[in-house]
Write a protein that binds this ligand. Structure first.
Ligand code: 5GP
Length: 141
């Protein structure tokens, strides 16, 4: 399975498509998931091209892991979440839909199950507010 340089996340990384950005380093980018399965659902991905867990360079995966922890702590604080779910899918059979490696960071609240994938886009204003809330929590950390 090869890497498609025109997948949607590659285009976001190159700045060809917009995103609600939360956090960025030389190695990673974090932004809001456009079809969140819970309020505050965000994604962390390496900037280097990698399809998924099978071809990612270990050093890029390490940078993603570090950022996932940073974002998880900030998202918990930003939304006063009871917990955080971290998910990562590989290949179609593994549930992957976008073929640039990414990790889901999803705030969770007692008694609230994850929403199913409806394909419905969230209100852009809500996504912008949520990104801002996480950025503020990061700044305060
Ligand atoms: P996965 O490949 O891990 O199954 O999920 C891909 C995720 O990317 C989904 O949660 C979906 O909502 C999200 N997604 C798909 N297209 C876009 C997009 O254009 N922008 C953003 N921010 N998220 C997207």
């Amino acid at each position: 399975m090869s890497y498609d340089p025109n997948n949607i996340f590659a285009r976001i990384i190159r700045g060809e498509l917009p995103c609600h950005k939360i956090y960025e380093t030389d190695a990673i980018l974090a932004f809001m998931d456009i079809m969140p399965r819970a309020n505050g659902h965000c994604l962390v991905l390496p900037k280097a091209p990698s399809r998924n867990i099978f071809d990612v360079q270990p050093e890029d995966l390490a940078e993603v892991s570090k950022a996932v922890q940073i974002i998880a702590k900030a998202a918990r604080k930003a939304f006063d979440a009871d917990g955080i779910t971290v998910q990562q899918f590989n290949e179609e059979a593994g549930g992957q839909v976008v073929f640039h490696l990414h990790v889901h960071v999803i705030p969770r609240f007692r008694g609230e199950p994850l929403k199913p994938h409806t394909g419905e886009m969230a209100d852009p204003e809500l996504l912008a507010r949520n990104a801002e809330a996480i950025r503020r929590a990061l700044d305060a950390a």
